[in-house]
Each structure stands twice: as structure tokens, then as C-alpha cells.
Design a binder for this molecule. Structure first.
Ligand SMILES: [Zn+2]
Ligand SMILES: [Zn+2]
Length: 346
């Protein structure tokens, strides 16, 4: 089968690799039909492979091709695969922390071999093996367009979980999203806050394209150079790559407020934190990864109910055959797509 593969720093191409095969009763084989580029992907490709080339892609809608005996899905069914491998049965999975499954090495994800050191395949492939299909696959709600929701398994879920628990604890609170390098996740966070009844949703950024998108999705755009003096919000989301963005987000968090960071400061392993300020003002700082399998049913349900439309954030749609040439081009959210088997058969 063909697999879009990172073969060197900044280099991607289709490679012919062996088909994965079913080997257990909870396995499924799926064929991705829409794959969204995660904000992490260009960074992974820029760094390039460590010891071996790696498969790309981890946000997708796929069609089921074959299943083991214990999987209650049929060929042709459309599904949202968790991007993190998880058993669904260990204590950690059952607590909802499916991104930290006890059966897998930390960071065992599709399309991220450099992070875990283990190749699990990638969604930009003709076939992908899903080893715990009952917990890793969420059926796509009827009527949803695969291209519109391809980013739900990671970036949309990531934005959602950065506001959902805080708005549940503090209904109707005002939300600020600080966007400084992860524009799609920031936009999905703002959309989620709007969908979940925030009193107001402001998206702050130094980036004009992000501010225009904020307005399009219904948030209040706030231009900042990340050095000016911010107002104060009870719920703040930090989404970006710049340490000064995090520091600005901290200054924008109200006393006894919550600052939720979806950022990973890869180039700054020891980011300074003003613990004195957090202590004095009683600010809760939350970080960590989204738990894809656990979040997929509620996030896809919100989209199916018409309360959150991720397609508004999509800026580029690319044909499957053009993915090697176009996967790295500038775009807030790029989605690769091909017809389903049903659409191509007479
Ligand atoms: Zn991702
Ligand atoms: Zn588990």
C-alpha cells in the first residue's frame, strides 16, 4: 500500500509499504478518506526522522474495511479514530485518560513515531490497523461531511477540552483565547466556548489572519503584540509556541481564574513560570494532552447537533494524490481527501 512518509528533514513522499493485517478479535482495518493536518505535523517534518522514516497523519475520518469478531462495525461504516492508541480497559483508560493508556509506551500515536520511538502507522495511508477498535473508533454521526470533521480526533478535541470543564464549573464565564502559533486549536477553543455558552469569547493574537478568522467564527478579535497590558478574564486558553504569549496569557488571567495551556514549548524546555503571581492571585494552571478516544463521542456529538462547525476553520482542501506536494504548504487548517469506496463504485 501507499503511505505518505517523512524520509528526511523537510522531505515527504509516498512509499510502498506492506499492508497491515488483522491479528486479533478487537482489531479493525480502516481506510482514511479525509485527513487533517495537525499543527504539530509541519514541526515533526521539519525536525525529520530519527532512526527511521515515519508515517504521517493522525487526524482523520476513515471507512471500515475489515473487523475482528468483537468489533460491532461493518465494512463501509465511517468512523473517527482516536489518534492515540489505547486499550479502553485499563484503569487509566476507564478514568477517561485514554491518552495515557497503561498498555502503551507514552506518546504512542499515529503519525508520531519520532515521539514514542514506535511506528504505529499514519492516517495518510491506504490502510491503518486499529488494535482496540471498540474503544478507539467512534462512529461518525449521520450526515456529517468527513472533510468538515477530519480534525475532530485531535485539534478540535484539544480546543474543546481547554474550555469545556472550566465552563461547566463556571457557567457563562467570559473566555479569552490567546493565539500565538497554534491558530487552528485556538479557533476550535473559541468555537467550543461559544457553543458551550460562554458569556463572551475573545480571541487575542498578533496575527491578522487569525484575527480575521476569529471574527468569522463569531469571537471578538483582540489585536495584541503580546507586550501590551491585557485585561483580565476568568478563563484563559494559551495556544501557541511563543513564551511571551504564555506570559501575556498569565497576565490576562483574573484572580482565582483558570489558565489552560494547550501548548508544548518544544524549544523552551525550562519555561519560567511566575509562581509567586499564580499563588498570590490563586490562578489555576492546567496543561496536558487531550484524551482523544474519551473525547470523541461528546465532541462529535456537539458537531452533529450543529453547535460547532469546524469547517469554518478549514482554509485548504487538497486532493489525496497531491498530498506529497501540498501537505506542507502554509494554511491554518489543511485537509487531504479522497472519495469513499462507496462513492467510487458504480
Ligand atoms: Zn496532533
Ligand atoms: Zn488503556
Amino acid at each position: 500500500m501507499q503511505q505518505l512518509t517523512c524520509t528526511g528533514s523537510g522531505a515527504i513522499r509516498w512509499l510502498d509499504v506492506p499492508d497491515p493485517e488483522l491479528s486479533g478479535p478487537t482489531d479493525a482495518l480502516v481506510r482514511p478518506v479525509a485527513v487533517a493536518r495537525c499543527e504539530l505535523d509541519p514541526l515533526l517534518v521539519a525536525v525529520g526522522p530519527g532512526t527511521a522514516p515515519f508515517a504521517l497523519g493522525h487526524e482523520a475520518v476513515a471507512e471500515v474495511v475489515a473487523v475482528g469478531d468483537e468489533v460491532d462495525l461493518a465494512p463501509g461504516d465511517l468512523v473517527l479514530p482516536s489518534f492515540q492508541l489505547c486499550c479502553g480497559r485499563c484503569t487509566t483508560c476507564r478514568r477517561g485518560f485514554t491518552g495515557c493508556c497503561e498498555q502503551y509506551q507514552v506518546l504512542s500515536d499515529y503519525g508520531m513515531q519520532p515521539l514514542s520511538g514506535i511506528e504505529h502507522g499514519g492516517m495518510l495511508s491506504d490502510l491503518v490497523l486499529v488494535p482496540h477498535a471498540p474503544s478507539m473508533l467512534t462512529p461518525l454521526p449521520a450526515g456529517l461531511d468527513p472533510v468538515a470533521v477530519a480534525s475532530v480526533p485531535d485539534n478540535v478535541a484539544d480546543g474543546y477540552r481547554s474550555v469545556a470543564p472550566h465552563l461547566e464549573a463556571h457557567a457563562g464565564a467570559d473566555v479569552l483565547v490567546v493565539s500565538h502559533g497554534l491558530p487552528a486549536i485556538a479557533s476550535y477553543a473559541a468555537q467550543s466556548a461559544l457553543a458551550l455558552g460562554a458569556g463572551s469569547v475573545t480571541e487575542a493574537s498578533p496575527d491578522e489572519e487569525v484575527l480575521a478568522l476569529a471574527e468569522l467564527i463569531g469571537a471578538e478579535p483582540l489585536r495584541t503584540d503580546l507586550t501590551d497590558r491585557p485585561g483580565r478574564w476568568p478563563i484563559v486558553v494559551d495556544a501557541g509556541t511563543r513564551v511571551e504569549g504564555l506570559q501575556w496569557a498569565i497576565r490576562a488571567t483574573a484572580p482565582e481564574g483558570v489558565l489552560h495551556s494547550v501548548s508544548y514549548y518544544a524549544e523552551e524546555p525550562t519555561v519560567p513560570m511566575p509562581l509567586g503571581r499564580l499563588y498570590t492571585l490563586g490562578i489555576t494552571f492546567r496543561t496536558g494532552r487531550a484524551h482523544s478516544a474519551a473525547l470523541l463521542p461528546e465532541v462529535s456529538g456537539l458537531v452533529a447537533a450543529g453547535r460547532l462547525d469546524p469547517s469554518l476553520v478549514t482554509t485548504t482542501v487538497v486532493d489525496w494524490d497531491d498530498a506529497a506536494d501540498r501537505y506542507l504548504e502554509p494554511a491554518i487548517k489543511l485537509i487531504v481527501t479522497r472519495p469513499t469506496t462507496q462513492e467510487t463504485s458504480p
